[in-house]
Write a protein that binds this ligand. Structure first.
Ligand code: AHG
Ligand code: MN
Ligand code: MN
Length: 329
């Protein structure tokens, strides 16, 4: 049995220039996720579910657990000395650690502290997504917007935690995607899924089909393809959609499938956030030999222009993603 901590330390030599800082940073994220997990498990018993009545910068209702998770992750990261700034889906602006040691730190973290938070009231899986970059501004200078607006292909690590029937942490530092399952009696994550490989093709498609009439023509055509009867290609495919990106992608990564959140007339640029959701998930899926695109361009090659930017997102088994792309052109 290898613990997450042991695994991170064992892989430390992948980053000789990091002097263990990246391991320590990942340690902060693990600690925060354990605290969030503990609180989520109390949902229904104590007053932590439901909305705060406040909207975030993106016009979405903040849930009490969104704010709790945001606060826990920020405090855990601020307490240790690796991070010079954080950008979160729940905050209008990025947060800078501008004291003397903070300004000298090398890394920025971008995060969706609680993904799928509207599912928490009904005991359905939610998650946390994180993304780590090396700053591009000079150490010692104030952290700048350019540190956060880097292309996804510059990520040095990305991961998610899924708080599901069991809790799992999945992460990559660019050397494969690895999964760890929490033993709740010990509060410890153990390596359970080393070097995950998504099947090249699968039989699951995941999309909010309630928006069907608002989808681009190519997406509608692909959905009809998924629904056709053809024994040779195992169609119709199975439709699965939870409404928690983390849980939907986790399932498709393990079983094979495709996830789509395309542009709609409500969300002309799609709904998902490039920096907090799509980039980290794209790196994780690519490191598991899958693909992620906005329909034209590889997600990891997009140049972000704003912190809360949204993009259409298509992600999953490579052959399925490639085939869908032929219908979009
Ligand atoms: P968040 O809870 O962080 O705002 O994310 C919700 C996202 C994502 O998790 C999910 O896949 C998607 O929104 C669901 O959107 P629809 O309800 O429009 O399908
Ligand atoms: Mn989200
Ligand atoms: Mn969220």
């Amino acid at each position: 049995m290898i613990t997450l901590n042991e695994f991170i330390i064992e892989k430390q030599h992948d980053f000789p220039e990091a002097n263990g800082e990246l391991s320590s940073l990942l340690g902060s994220i693990v600690l925060a996720s354990k605290i969030v997990n503990r609180e989520i498990n109390k949902a229904g018993l104590v007053d932590i579910i439901g909305s705060t009545g406040i909207e975030n910068v993106q016009g979405e209702q903040q849930q009490k657990m969104d704010l709790f998770a945001n606060d826990v992750f920020k405090r855990a990261l601020a307490a240790r000395g690796e991070v010079c700034g954080i950008a979160s889906e729940e905050d209008d602006q990025y947060v800078v650690f501008d004291n003397k040691s903070g300004a000298n730190n090398k890394y920025v973290v971008l995060m969706d502290p609680l993904d799928g938070s509207s599912n928490i009231d009904v005991n359905v899986s939610v998650g946390t997504i994180f993304s780590i970059y090396r700053r591009v501004s000079q150490r010692g200078d104030p952290t700048a917007l350019e540190d956060f607006l880097q292309k996804g292909n510059q990520q040095i690590a990305a991961g998610y935690v899924v708080y599901g029937s069991s809790s799992m942490l999945v992460y990559t530092t660019g050397n494969g995607t690895h999964g760890f399952t929490c033993d709740p009696s010990l509060g410890e994550f153990y390596l359970s899924h080393e070097s995950i490989k998504i099947p090249e093709s699968g039989y699951i498609y995941s999309i909010n089909e309630g928006n069907y009439l608002m989808f681009p023509a190519g997406i509608k055509k692909y959905i009809k393809y998924c629904q056709e009867i053809d024994n040779k290609t195992n169609r119709p495919y199975t439709s699965r959609y939870i409404g928690s990106l983390v849980a939907d992608l986790h399932r498709n990564m393990l079983k094979g499938g495709i996830y789509m959140y395309p542009s709609t007339s409500n969300y002309p640029k799609g709904k998902l956030r490039l920096l907090y959701e799509c980039n980290p998930m794209a790196m994780i899926i690519e490191q598991a030999f899958g693909s992620a695109t906005d329909g034209k361009t590889r997600i990891l090659d997009l140049k972000p222009t704003t912190l809360h930017q949204r993009v259409p997102f298509i992600c999953g088994s490579t052959k399925m993603v490639e085939f869908l792309q032929t219908m979009l052109s």
